[in-house]
Design a protein around this ligand. Structure first.
Ligand SMILES: [Zn+2]
Length: 309
């Protein structure tokens, strides 16, 4: 069959491919497109990787990825609800390490890592030697200037950071150079690695936001290296100590705190894969009965709360 209509031709090829796979018993059909779509959207948001670069790296047609993300607006087509299992697998397995070295990605994680190493006391000469990277280039990145860096540079910075973040520079370097690196970092307002918790590559995260306040059952994000939230920092200033401070929250604050836990680190019961209600309540310094009463009074269910988190 010969046709000039490219769409009909594509449909024909797809049907043949499908029939061949059904005969061979390897046909897995179509799967929900949303996971793959969310993954590409995240790679684009976090690393600034274009749809085109994703397509190239995973071996799909550019048009397949564009269609997955945006549909075909000129033909009035919405993004597809389902895509082939093969395309979905390829996309979901993709990480930024699969990109070729010369692709440029968001510099945010590299900048934060270099600044955090300085705050810990690692001078640029030491980092450059371990990362096998040009010191002047590292210095430009550390200044926070470039919006993007090459994948290869980001990887070298990440590996060196992972190595050094667990070490004490004073075990390796003269205290004079460690002290100099630290005071330079302080003068620049650079933050320690702790400030980013596990979200060092997340462009939208604010420093300390992902780190819990250290006051007993408080689960608000902390604001600085004292590991306290706004409210507890304020109390500390007023009273000079947090000893003997009662843990008290009104209904609204309790619900907000529950929402925060559900959004950041929800306790999951491994058997049911549902929220573990008792552990959630425990982390809020209460029990499930009391938390359930609070939710009932506020006319919000745990599921609703989780959706809104
Ligand atoms: Zn607090």
């Amino acid at each position: 069959m010969v046709t000039s209509d490219a769409l009909a031709e594509a449909r024909r090829r797809y049907r043949l491919h499908r029939e061949r796979q059904i005969r061979a018993g390897t046909w897995r059909g179509l799967v929900d497109a949303e996971d793959a779509r969310a993954h590409v959207r995240n790679m684009n948001r976090i690393w600034l990787i274009s749809y085109e670069a994703v397509a190239l790296a995973v071996g799909l047609n550019k048009s397949t990825v564009y269609h997955l993300m945006d549909g075909a607006p000129n033909r009035g087509l919405n993004p597809p609800a389902k895509i082939s299992a093969r395309a979905s697998d390829a996309i979901l397995a993709f990480t930024m390490d699969d990109l070729p070295d010369h692709v440029r990605i968001n510099a945010v994680g590299s900048i934060r890592r270099l600044q955090a190493l300085a705050a810990a006391g690692w001078p640029l000469t030491e980092i450059g030697a371990r990362a096998n990277a040009d010191i002047s280039r590292l210095s430009v990145i550390r200044s926070g200037e470039p919006p993007t860096v090459f994948v290869s540079m980001a990887q070298r910075i990440r590996c060196t950071f992972d190595e050094l973040d667990t070490l004490n520079p004073l075990d390796y370097l003269p205290s004079r150079s460690v002290g100099y690196a630290r005071s330079h970092a302080t003068a620049q307002g650079w933050l320690p690695s702790k400030a980013w918790a596990d979200a060092i590559d997340e462009p939208d995260v604010k420093p300390w936001q992902m780190v819990r306040c250290s006051h007993r059952t408080c689960i608000r994000g902390s604001k600085d290296e004292r590991l306290l939230c706004d409210q507890h920092l304020e109390r500390l200033k007023e009273r000079g100590t947090l000893e003997g401070l009662r843990v008290m929250r009104n209904r609204k604050a309790l619900i907000e705190d529950a929402r925060f836990i559900l959004a950041t680190d929800p306790p999951i019961d491994p058997e049911t894969e549902e929220i573990d209600r008792d552990r959630l309540a425990e982390r809020l310094g209460t029990n499930w009965e009391a938390l359930e009463r609070t939710l009932l009074r506020a006319k919000i269910s745990l599921d609703k709360l989780r959706e809104s988190a």
